[in-house]
Design a protein around this ligand. Structure first.
Ligand code: MIC
Ligand code: SF4
Length: 642
């Protein structure tokens, strides 16, 4: 039997373990990307680990989230990232140069290579035949120093595409359809590898949208082959020399397969609250919206902004709607200007933002109380837009554009079909937004502003832990619930004591005070605890507030890795244990260390009822050492003292 593309890339980068689904493997990263949110802590940890220089051939630091620099503390972090990048060997991408994933694909992606990023949508570069994985900052810091990236070998699932998309149906609808079928849990522990006769009809930007939003399925990553479509795009980017073919064997073996007939997909909408609450557009057509947003790392390609322009050209954004477009990169904005799109959008009353994440994680354009916001973005977890009780719907770029004109969610199929897409002859643009690292021997000082605080250390796991349940949560708690976005919080990603104050802000405003008063605490949750972003703040902030273990029915993989890296015990519990636990009660975790070493079965005793439950924490030997020591930094410190 032949090999899938994902397996080939894993095997060619394997440095530890056996690539058997479910086993721990270690792979090398050829490329790394950092952002100005998680990347700051990652670089601080890289320094704390004592590495002299980045080891992978290509490391790029992007200022893309806090681009508006609302506060000098953002700029402090950016200056730190710029000077640290220069000193330690990373390319620096200036604020406004674009959103990491889009820019990375355009300027650095390389078919057949691996990419590790501090952001959960790093898999976007899988569209160009890379094995691209998102991780927490500490894991990325280790890989920056040349260490392997450890992960559980995923199952590799073939997604067999056939047919072609109909008029007004887009790649966004393909990924929303997968979310509708499989839910946000459906991809945990899996890689989706796209194959089949429908593939050549999907452009590279369409593949980017699908690979990007695979993160919402909780996939380890998504991958497309690098074929003639990829080559054509690389040629237009002026990077044909970087193009390589990358494909599965014709008789490739997969762990499972999913069939998707592109011709049967229709325009879809995700209802507020979760990207998998997907319904056909007919169910919500006519709903009034006050805000429409398009762009972001999911729908910020030239093709997206071109289709938006086609829809609004000659029209006028509805008086009650604010319509903002976030181009994915400065390059795209430059091509938009060259090709006349900027003029057409402005004439229709569209606001063109700097190329930044902006409204997507709640940085600016926060909706009014109760207002409905329709977004061609990827996430709509409650509160993510920066407003409590927000009403964010997700859709494609063309649905966004058609709705911006009418002020209501609008099915674009009533309109005549879009003209066939004609790509510009090239996507060549200025590279002035990149700053190279210092040449060898050139002096480069790292500047730490007042917002940069020391990175806290976790504590070794206690042998016996008696602590109150600080919060009992339901299913699908996202990292946006745990450590919310928004400009007020995001300014503190390099300042753990300060960002800790935002923990569970929208879920329970009393949480922080309660945790501080208790000194030590536990969290109890349902399925898929920690889904969504790779943000380490969602692990380190609760740890800083005294959370020593999370008892959940299941965990999102990146968040579980982050908890271990910060010395917080991730315990899996059965539904009846979950049901039996009351918020506020004290639980005793008996012989924790010994149990983690023995078989990972930890006895949990309720002080209230005396009931004894078993929770499980199955660890690899590497994870066990890290967790027992109180996390990766504490573990590394202990090793260097030994
Ligand atoms: C997101 O989309 O949630 C973010 C903001 O890009 C995060 C990164 C972060 O929180 O720093 C992600 O996706 O990992
Ligand atoms: Fe930025 Fe949104 Fe993409 Fe995250 S999902 S990288 S916040 S645009």
């Amino acid at each position: 039997m032949g090999k899938s593309l994902a397996r080939k890339l894993i095997e060619s980068h394997l440095v530890a373990g056996k690539p058997v689904a479910g086993d721990e493997i270690g792979i090398t990263a050829d490329q790394i990307l950092l952002t100005d949110t998680n990347g700051t802590l990652a670089f601080l940890q890289f320094e704390a680990l004592g590495f002299p220089h980045v080891r992978p051939p290509r490391v790029v630091t992007y200022i893309d989230h806090n681009v508006y620099q609302f506060d000098s503390r953002n700029s402090d972090d950016h200056r730190y990232l710029q000077t640290a990048s220069r000193r330690y060997g990373a390319v620096f991408s200036k604020p406004g140069n674009g959103i990491c994933h889009q820019v990375h694909l355009e300027s650095f992606s390389a078919p057949g290579q691996t990419l590790l990023g501090t952001d959960s949508h790093t898999p976007l570069c899988g569209a160009a035949g890379m094995l691209a994985i998102g991780a927490g900052g500490l894991d990325v810091a280790v890989a920056m120093g040349g260490g392997p990236h450890y992960l559980t070998m995923p199952q590799i699932v073939a997604v067999r595409l056939r047919g072609a998309l109909g008029p007004w149906v887009t790649a966004k609808d393909v990924i929303l359809e997968l979310l509708r079928r499989l839910s946000v849990r459906g991809g945990a522990g899996k890689i989706f590898e796209y194959t089949g006769p429908g593939l050549p009809a999907l452009s590279l930007p369409q593949r980017m949208t699908i690979a990007n939003m695979g993160a919402e399925l909780t996939l380890t990553t998504s991958i497309f082959p690098s074929d003639e479509v990829t080559r054509d795009y690389f040629r237009r980017l002026g990077r044909e020399a970087d193009w390589r073919p990358a494909a599965p064997d014709p008789d490739a073996d997969y762990d499972a397969a999913i069939d998707v007939d592109l011709s049967t997909i229709t325009p879809l909408i995700a209802l507020p609250g979760s990207p998998d609450r997907v319904v056909p557009i007919e169910e919500v057509a006519g709903t009034a919206v006050e805000q429409v947003m398009a762009g972001s790392c999911t729908n910020g390609s030239w093709e997206d902004v071109w289709s938006v322009t086609q829809v609004v050209r000659g029209g006028r954004v509805h008086p009650s709607v604010s319509f903002v477009v976030f181009p994915g990169s400065h390059r795209i904005l430059e091509v938009m200007a060259r090709e006349g799109l900027v003029q057409d959008l402005l004439a229709a009353g569209v606001v063109i933002s700097e190329s930044t994440c902006g409204a997507c994680p709640g940085i600016g354009h926060v909706p009014a109380a109760g207002a409905r916001s329709l977004r061609a973005f990827n996430r709509n977890f409650p509160g993510r837009s920066g407003a409590k009780d927000d009403q964010v719907y997700l859709c494609s770029s063309v649905v966004a554009a058609a709705s911006a004109l009418t002020g209501r969610i609008t099915d674009p199929r009533a309109r005549p079909p879009l003209p066939a897409l004609v790509l510009p002859a090239d996507f060549l643009a200025s590279d002035a937004g990149f700053v190279p690292p210092a040449a060898p021997g050139e002096p480069a000082e790292v500047v730490r502003g007042p917002n940069i605080k020391d990175v806290p250390l976790g504590e070794p796991v206690a042998d016996r832990l008696a602590a109150p349940v600080l919060l009992k949560l339901g299913d699908k708690i996202s990292t946006d619930h745990i450590s919310p976005g928004g400009s007020a919080a995001l300014v503190f990603r390099s300042n753990v004591p300060a960002i800790a104050e935002f923990t569970f802000k929208y879920v329970d405003p009393e949480f922080v005070a309660r945790a501080k008063a208790a000194g030590r605490g536990l969290l109890v949750a349902g399925e898929l605890y920690g889904q969504g972003s790779s943000r380490e703040a969602a692990a380190v902030a609760p740890m800083y507030l005294g959370v020593r273990a999370v008892l959940a029915k299941s965990f999102a993989p990146i968040h579980r890795a982050n908890l271990i890296n910060w010395g917080v015990v991730p315990l899996t519990i059965e539904p009846d244990t979950y049901d039996a636990i009351e918020p506020g009660e004290t639980l005793t975790l008996e012989a924790v260390r010994a149990s983690l070493v023995a078989d990972g079965r930890v006895t949990v005793v309720s002080e209230r009822t005396g009931a004894r439950h078993t929770a499980r924490c199955l660890l690899t030997p590497r994870e066990r050492e890290i967790l027992l020591a109180g996390g990766l930094l504490a573990h590394t410190r202990a090793l260097s003292r030994a």
